[in-house]
Design a protein. Structure first.
Length: 228
């Protein structure tokens, strides 16, 4: 068992682990070290407590009525000439969310840490009211990279999860499929300048994703990103 003091690099590594930013072999290596390095384990516990306290300071924000109306009017109108589907749709589901308050978002800033390879500027937690789906998205503006961690839940059988971003008056933009518990996505360059003003949403789609370029299945979680 190692009793050596913690280095700044290992402290940054502990913060990355606490934020669930490590994957695969890198995460497994840290977990193996935790069993034999008390200083590293203590650092992870300290960072987890700090991030949990920070998250608790920001109250969940239900989707406001004005946001629902704006999304309906500006973002989810069907394309010209498009036929309205009879089944469950994005627009109808979003209206239900506004009434039931089924989706909340918690956002908090994460200060860049020395030595971090991935330094998120904000994180967004998308969670359904019944907690059946819990997704954490962390964005690093330096890389233009969005890391998405599915912490609970998943798509219905035979379906896939697809992540969407909405900005201003534009239509939803697909960010990609969430095919595993941890996914790295690149934010399109045109969205990077307004990353702090986006609305993120997750829908369930047929294998391969939406065939139309817009959400076609049920939206499982959605939340506006609010500036801090």
């Amino acid at each position: 068992m190692s009793t050596e003091p913690l280095t700044p690099e290992d402290d940054a590594l502990a913060a990355e682990y606490a934020l669930s930013l490590l994957e695969g072999a890198e995460r497994a290596e840290v977990e193996a070290r935790l069993a034999r390095e008390p200083a590293l384990a203590a650092a992870v516990a300290r960072w987890q407590a700090a991030f949990a306290e920070l998250a608790e300071e920001v109250a969940p924000v239900p989707v406001p009525e004005r946001v629902r109306r704006r999304l309906e009017a500006r973002l989810f109108a069907p394309p010209p000439g498009a036929r309205t589907a009879a089944g469950p749709g994005w627009l109808r589901w979003l209206s239900g969310v506004a009434v039931s308050g089924a989706v909340v978002v918690a956002l908090f800033l994460v200060a860049p840490l020395p030595g971090l390879r991935f330094a998120p500027a904000f994180t967004a937690e998308l969670q359904a009211e019944d907690s059946a789906l819990d997704i954490l998205a962390s964005y690093d503006p330096g890389r233009g990279e969005l890391r998405v961690e599915r912490r609970a839940g998943g798509p219905p059988a035979g379906r896939v999860l697809q992540l969407w971003a909405l900005a201003g008056d534009a239509a939803p933009v697909s960010l990609g499929l969430l095919e595993s518990e941890a996914t790295r996505l690149v934010l399109p360059p045109e969205l990077a300048p307004v990353a702090g003003e986006l609305t993120l949403a997750v829908s369930e789609e047929p294998p391969g994703g939406s065939p139309t370029g817009l959400p076609t299945g049920q939206v499982l979680a959605a939340a506006p990103v609010q500036p801090l």
